[in-house]
Design a protein around this ligand. Structure first.
Ligand code: PMP
Length: 309
């Protein structure tokens, strides 16, 4: 296989990559009724360490709530499965994708006797937004697509169906020569990226849209807020940011489990700050990688060491 991974956990069993298949009439395929996570394990001196796994699991269960979806495994069982998948595939640093979805039974929109199926896969995944993105930053456009309002669909649940909007925004950006999009919410304020939260630095202060702005409650967002506060920065984590403020920001950056901490150097071809990774972004990015690669010993509680499970 192309990802050099042989084993995926599905409904309690370790199955070969090629056998990890589902029925074409699965509810989740037709109606977007899946909830999922994206986490990373980092290579450390003590082997692969999953970053903030407990929080990812908590969010997975919470994402199922609005859909009355109960995941039929305990956090301990899902952790064991994940650790085993990483070990069996002999992975070091990797991306981890748990997904739970309504499976095959009837095809009414209402999931009656449809089972909640669940799988966990892991594979090596490099930088999300390109090789030099972490250092040099990315060019982004403000999408013409708006994010769904949280009154229309729960945006704090990481639901598969939501990512149709992410695809529209991201592909519009890429068709226009940009690397990624920024998506405004229904009110026209800055929400987030298609798969990232967004931060702004202005006059030494750090701002990020609040949870009421129709965003996902990002775990990297929370991490960066804590790292920034620990370093003495003032952080407004319930900011309302207008489109125009993006252009006059000193610095902008994305956060996400996949995107990590990625600087934004231009928005709609307007240069942000000096047009390079800014000093605050660099400080927080360095703090982030020092943390997750365990060059520091702070926040030990955030790490699940695969080889020690
Ligand atoms: N917003 C959206 C829409 C996302 O898909 C993601 C990625 N999960 C994020 C923000 C960042 O969240 P996290 O830091 O938990 O990966």
């Amino acid at each position: 296989d192309d990802m050099d991974v042989s084993t995926i956990w599905m409904n309690g069993e370790y199955v070969d990559w090629d056998d990890a298949q589902i029925h074409v009439l699965s509810h989740g395929l037709h109606y977007g009724t899946g909830v999922f996570e994206g986490a990373r394990a980092y290579d450390t001196d003590r082997g692969p360490a999953i970053f903030r796994w407990e929080e990812h699991l908590e969010r997975l269960y919470a994402s199922g709530k609005p859909y009355n979806m109960e995941i039929p495994y305990t956090p301990e069982e899902l952790t064991e499965a994940t650790v085993e998948v990483i070990k069996r595939n002999d992975l070091g640093g990797c991306y981890i994708r748990p997904i739970a979805y309504y499976g095959y039974d009837s095809l009414g929109v209402s999931p009656k006797d449809n089972p909640t199926d669940i799988a966990i896969a892991a594979w090596p995944w490099g930088t999300y937004l390109g090789e030099d993105a972490l250092e040099n930053g990315v060019d982004v456009m403000v999408s013409s697509w708006r994010k769904h309002a949280s009154s229309q669909i729960p945006t704090n649940a990481k639901t598969t169906g939501l990512y149709v909007n992410s695809l529209l925004a991201g592909e519009e950006a890429r068709r226009n020569g940009y690397v990624e999009a920024i998506v405004l919410n229904k009110e026209g304020n800055v929400a987030e990226g298609p798969g990232e939260n967004i931060f702004m630095v202005r006059d030494g202060k750090i701002l990020t849209p609040g949870l009421s702005q129709s965003i996902l409650d990002g775990i990297t967002r929370d991490t960066v807020i804590q790292l920034a506060r620990e370093r003495g920065y003032e952080v407004d984590d319930s900011a309302i940011i207008s489109r125009g403020e993006l252009h006059t920001a000193d610095e902008l950056f994305f956060t996400g489990s996949a995107a990590e901490v990625t600087p934004i150097r231009k928005v709609d071809n307007v240069v942000i700050g000096e047009g390079t990774r800014g000093p605050v972004t660099e400080e927080l990015q360095t703090a982030f990688f020092d943390l997750v690669e365990r060059r520091t010993d702070d926040h030990e509680e955030w790490f699940t060491y695969v080889d020690e499970q």
